[in-house]
Design a protein around this ligand. Structure first.
Ligand SMILES: NC(=O)C1=CN([C@@H]2O[C@H](COP(=O)(O)OP(=O)(O)OC[C@H]3O[C@@H](n4cnc5c(N)ncnc54)[C@H](OP(=O)(O)O)[C@@H]3O)[C@@H](O)[C@H]2O)C=CC1
Ligand SMILES: CC(C)CCC[C@@H](C)[C@H]1CC[C@H]2[C@@H]3C(=O)C=C4C[C@@H](O)CC[C@]4(C)[C@H]3CC[C@]12C
Length: 301
């Protein structure tokens, strides 16, 4: 098992990485100059890093998240880095009305849109599922429905510009792991919806690309804080991850696997040897570090 993880998986990954990275045409940062881009979940983590890359490339950025103070700082830094323009709208993606409002704002300020980067996620937990159905519904609204709502509102503008939709998903949207049941469900939903939409775009000759980004463990503050005591694997860097997402969107790739060396082999094993993969996933975790609630006292049963 150890040898498999350390040698075979990276080797297989390397070969497949070459295949997946050689998308149509070459990427140049010039491709983003003057482009009008919405980035959701841009106040921290990967979204914040994407905003900085886009700014450096000379794009117009419209950033969104809930925390206004953080967005203000990110916008300031984007202007320093050379963004063609940088603004924010703050609010919660729990409501599809807010999701639509963000797209309206892009229409008002730019009169069009080139790239829609859907990246935000609502707060969840890394633990046994506790039966909280309302949490699952809320997370579905934040992580999935708002993506659908923004795509729907932005589609007329994206058709006009022959632009890009970039959906940030996860290995957890392709393969299940323990302790992320609600989160995983929202990410699986994204794949179903956006892959169906991609077919329809082809049938109707709509020239808008859809890129699904399948990310492994990334070193954002929130992720590291939540899982570093449980996941044995080292996280990949958020800066490089953010650049790869922008690149894959601009190149109109169908999927991004990042880091490819672990994500691509994981996805291959999913269909070839699912039980073996499940074992590897559980082996990659220090399950004993999940805090179980103490058994209920004096309930009388
Ligand atoms: N980090 C990782 O290991 C992995 C991450 N991913 C994916 O990458 C993407 C980014 O993750 P990461 O950078 O780690 O996440 P972060 O937790 O760092 O950032 C999440 C962003 O979403 C915003 N947000 C949170 N709740 C809401 C809400 N209700 N409405 C609107 N915005 C909200 C946050 O800002 P605010 O709180 O101000 O609203 C923040 O800007 C996600 O789609 C995630 O699923 C995939 C695989 C692994
Ligand atoms: C065999 C391995 C290569 C594959 C297993 C990879 C697993 C363990 C990786 C793949 C995707 C990862 C999660 C993710 O997508 C996003 C988040 C949100 C963040 O706020 C908290 C951390 C969390 C739950 C990550 C936890 C670790 C996950 C499950």
């Amino acid at each position: 098992m150890g040898l498999f993880l350390k040698v075979l998986i990276p080797l297989l990954g390397l070969g497949l990485a070459v295949y997946f990275y050689s998308g149509p045409g070459n990427f140049s940062e010039e491709m983003l100059r003057g482009k009008r881009v919405i980035v959701t979940g841009a106040s921290s983590g990967i979204g914040e890093q994407m905003a900085y890359h886009l700014a450096r490339m000379g794009a117009h950025v419209l950033l969104t998240a809930r925390t206004e103070a953080k967005l203000q700082k990110v916008v300031e830094k984007c202007l320093d880095l050379g963004a063609a323009s940088a603004r924010y709208v703050s609010g919660s993606m729990e409501s599809t009305a807010f999701a639509e409002e963000v797209v309206k704002e892009a229409e008002n300020i730019w009169g069009g849109l080139d790239m829609l980067i859907l990246n935000h996620i609502g707060r969840s937990f890394f633990d046994f599922f506790n039966g909280d159905v309302d949490h699952v519904r809320k997370l579905m609204e934040t992580n999935f429905l708002s993506y659908v709502a923004m795509t729907t509102s932005a589609l007329p503008m994206l058709k006009e510009s022959e632009g890009n939709i970039v959906v940030v998903s996860s290995v957890s949207g392709k393969v299940a792991s323990p302790f992320v049941a609600p989160y995983s469900a929202t990410k699986f939903a994204l794949e179903g919806f956006f892959s169906s939409l991609r077919h329809e775009f082809i049938i109707e000759k709509v020239n808008v690309s859809i890129t699904l980004c399948i990310l492994g463990y990334i070193n954002t503050e929130n992720a590291v804080q939540m899982v570093s005591h449980i996941i044995k694997e080292a996280p990949a860097p958020k800066e490089e991850c953010a650049l790869e997402i922008i690149r894959s969107g601009a190149l109109r790739q169908r999927e991004l696997h990042y880091p490819a060396s672990t994500v691509t082999p994981t996805l291959l094993l999913r269909d070839l040897a699912p039980e073996f993969l499940d074992g590897l996933i559980r082996n990659n975790m220090r399950v004993e570090n999940i805090k179980r609630p103490p058994p209920a006292q004096g309930s009388g049963h």
